[in-house]
Design a protein around this ligand. Structure first.
Ligand SMILES: *Cc1c(COP(=O)(O)O)cnc(C)c1O
Length: 367
């Protein structure tokens, strides 16, 4: 079969990911383990390739959200330990079959696990504690019952106990964050003192590593930082962008003053314009709120504002003052027009931008 051709590509800068990983490593004690979160298609970049790179760079753990994400990695040949953050309660037999480590976040989930797998050989689990996020996890008051159940089922091996910070990036919430850390330590010690083997304790995400470094404990869970984004300005300067989204000019048109561009005639030419049609649309993940001047692509190093409404598969940009031709590259986001700025433009966070580019956008891994 001939190779397929793509005009719109998400280039993943693999060496930049390694550089970002090493930056976070430099903030940690040599003995602190690193779990890297590769959930949601490795924050939109591509599950397997990123996981493989991380395996080659000796991270200790991978983290996914769902059991099927973990299975996909195992089927692709990933051997690293994989923690599943919110395993489907009907999937515990699969979790075991694929040697994944399930996060157990409630007594209900624990009971389902015990009922659904055979107990003839040990199984590693991870316990999640709720210290204020109020999403998933055991409350402090539920720990005695948890310990009782664990003691009655010694084939379950608690590999780690963890919690998640709700506002690590928010200076105004530092008192709350420190409370979360303190409460976590209390609960984690309660659990570990009850077991006759050692367990890993962890609570820090990317921003946590930077801002609450003393709480790194046995492991940290690196996510968005690996992918080149930080809310902390100093950290942001140290990180390299993980990806660039680019396309190619499909057609160029000369528009007369008073004519309109695109659906609903929202894009009105206030003067004679030259516009370029770019073959990327909201079905590729280009948020439609970026329409009508709310975002600039970069063409020939210059800003080219979006004109009119973004279509499903295409978008028009103003190139009146830019020297360019059909086939030239248009950068939807790049170092010059970053996803952090894009997120600000439409009132969201870089996480959502990163994870919104659809599978239709071809991922190209550059080493
Ligand atoms: C996604 C996730 C992380 C990583 O968070 P970042 O803010 O991206 O660093 C850490 N812990 C848990 C439980 C997560 O789900």
């Amino acid at each position: 079969m001939k190779e397929l051709v793509y005009d719109t590509t998400l280039e993943i800068h693999m060496n930049n990911l390694v550089s970002n990983l090493n930056y976070f490593k430099s903030l940690l004690k040599p003995t602190t383990k690193i779990m890297v979160m590769v959930k949601a298609f490795s924050y939109g970049l591509g599950t397997y390739d990123v996981a493989k790179l991380l395996e080659e760079n000796n991270v200790n753990y991978l983290g996914v959200a769902n059991t099927f994400e973990g299975i996909e990695l195992r089927n692709a040949g990933i051997k690293l330990p994989i923690m599943v953050m919110k395993p489907e309660v009907d999937s515990f037999d699969l979790v075991k079959e694929y040697s994944l480590t399930p996060t157990i976040f409630s007594q209900h989930a624990l009971t389902r696990l015990i009922d659904s797998i055979d107990n003839s050989n040990p199984m590693s689990i991870s316990i999640k504690i709720d210290t204020g996020m109020h999403r998933l996890g055991f409350d402090e008051g539920e720990i005695p019952k948890l310990l009782e159940t664990l003691n009655a089922h010694p084939f379950l091996k608690v590999e780690s106990v963890f919690s998640h910070l709700a506002a690590a990036e928010d200076r105004n919430e530092d008192v709350f964050t420190n409370q979360q850390i303190t409460q976590f330590k209390t609960v984690a010690n309660l659990i570990s003192n009850n077991l006759n083997y050692s367990i890993d304790k962890h609570i820090l995400n990317s921003t946590g590593i930077v801002r609450f470094n003393k709480a790194q404990m046995d492991m940290v869970r690196l996510g968005i930082g690996l992918y080149g984004v930080s809310t902390d300005e100093i950290t942001q300067q140290e990180l390299l962008p993980a990806s660039t989204l680019k396309s190619k000019i499909a057609q160029i048109k000369h528009i007369k003053k008073g004519e309109t561009i695109g659906y609903n005639r929202i894009g009105i030419a206030k003067k004679n314009l030259i516009i370029a049609t770019i073959p990327v649309g909201y079905a590729d993940g280009l948020n439609r709120n970026l329409s009508n001047g709310n975002w600039n692509m970069i063409v020939n190093n210059q800003k080219a504002p979006i004109v009119g409404n973004i279509c499903m598969d295409m978008v028009m940009i103003d190139i009146t003052s830019i020297d360019c031709n059909v086939g030239d590259e248009a950068f939807i986001f790049s170092e010059k027009n970053s996803i952090t700025e894009m997120a600000k433009c439409i009132g969201t966070i870089p996480y959502e931008i990163l994870t919104s580019y659809s599978p239709r956008v071809k991922r190209v891994f550059k080493y």
